[in-house]
Design a protein around this ligand. Structure first.
Ligand code: SAH
Ligand code: AVI
Length: 341
């Protein structure tokens, strides 16, 4: 086959690969607003989405490989064991994935959808543009015939950009990795927004990390190789680059602890010494006392009961609870609660 023939063969067999981008100037404005809002509070905080620039995304990938960070490998094992059953239950013709990242684990589901012959379209949705482009490109190549429609967007603002499902194509809306746990107490509101995206034949596939021994939890967020520390500290580098700030990064340290009352891990950055930071892009000067902290992320740990309560409050019902032998992590299928079901 000549190269020209091979290219046209590829064009015929490869599904469509399209990307729509909904972040840009607006997202930079969000960074401005988030930093102004978060660093002028009595207890300083920053939302976690700014942890994921290109370097932050690379560090997150390294976190997923760490011996202490059990969620990724555990969720992958549950998916591997249950993907065919998930596809059989849902009839998955379309997979929409929020916070898709490299979609490494998603391939387990895509393979099952391909085996069953049901899967037509995959929609990865992530705020990290390069990640969406690279992932969509790689998947379109590796899954000939699959339509891949990447969306670069903020899932707190751009859910409406998800294309409507094709009629008669059951959709699975996946939110894996436990990222739902990174929402500040608004998880129920967000679940209700996801419920609104589901038709009567659609399912939510949600990954949630579970409550367990605090030592195991804290080690997962304070690994011995220091990768999580670098991931956390990188947000200051993002602020220095994007907002012209002058955070002395080496004067801050990574802190991770489990809050047993709220049942969540908190990541913080603590100033080792007092300092004043200028942030020209938002015309702000912020002072830190020695030992003062910025909360950069929470990671909520669930129980079955709590999740069922969150689902009910969001108008969803738990359809399947899938976990590993040690009950470290859960994958659940949920549907919209309909009066006649
Ligand atoms: N699903 C993958 C990646 C989880 S990391 C896994 O399970 O391993 C969280 C992902 O969510 C990152 O890729 C990050 O870029 C993305 N993300 C974080 N906040 C986001 C937001 N507000 N909107 C869209 N994507 C976001
Ligand atoms: C993306 N999210 C589910 C991770 C978590 O475990 O909460 C983010 C993370 N932060 C530090 N390590 C991993």
């Amino acid at each position: 086959m000549s190269n020209v023939d091979r290219r046209s063969e590829l064009a015929r067999t490869a599904g469509r690969n399209t990307i729509s981008v909904h972040v840009g100037e607006g997202t930079r404005r969000t960074l401005h607003e988030d930093v102004l809002d978060g660093l002028t509070r009595p207890s300083k905080e920053l939302p976690p989405k700014h942890l994921y620039d290109t370097y932050g995304s690379e560090l997150f990938d390294r976190i997923c490989e760490l011996p202490e960070y059990y969620p990724t490998r555990t969720e992958r094992a549950i998916l591997t064991a249950r993907a065919d059953a998930i596809v059989a239950t849902t009839g998955m013709a379309e997979l929409v994935e929020l916070g898709s990242g490299t979609a490494a684990k998603t391939r387990v589901l895509l393979d099952a959808g391909r085996r069953a012959g049901t899967l037509r379209r995959y929609v990865p949705f992530d705020v990290a543009e390069q990640m969406v482009r690279a992932t969509a490109g790689a998947l379109a190549e590796d899954y000939p015939g699959l339509d891949v429609h990447g969306i670069v967007g903020d899932f707190e603002r751009h859910l409406a950009e998800i294309p409507p499902p094709e009629p008669g194509c059951p959709r699975v809306l996946a939110f894996l990795g436990g990222t739902i746990g990174n929402f500040l107490p608004g998880a129920r509101r967000f679940l209700a927004e996801l419920a609104a995206l589901l038709g009567p034949d659609d399912f939510l596939l949600l990954g949630t990390d579970l409550v367990k021994d605090p030592d195991v939890l804290e080690a997962a967020y304070d690994d011995s190789a220091g990768v999580t520390a670098a991931f956390n500290l990188n947000v200051l580098t993002v602020l220095n680059r994007e907002l012209g700030a002058d955070f002395p990064v080496e004067r801050f340290e990574h802190v991770a602890f489990f809050d047993p009352e709220r049942r969540w891990i908190e990541l913080r950055l603590r100033a080792r010494r007092a300092c004043t930071v200028r942030i020209p892009a938002i015309d702000l000067e912020v002072s830190f006392l020695r030992g003062e902290e910025i909360r950069t992320e929470i990671s909520t740990k669930f129980t079955r009961q709590r999740l069922a309560g969150d689902y009910a409050a969001a108008g969803l019902e738990l359809a399947e609870w899938l976990t590993d032998d040690e009950a470290l992590f859960a994958l659940t299928l949920a549907r919209r609660r309909l009066p006649d079901r």
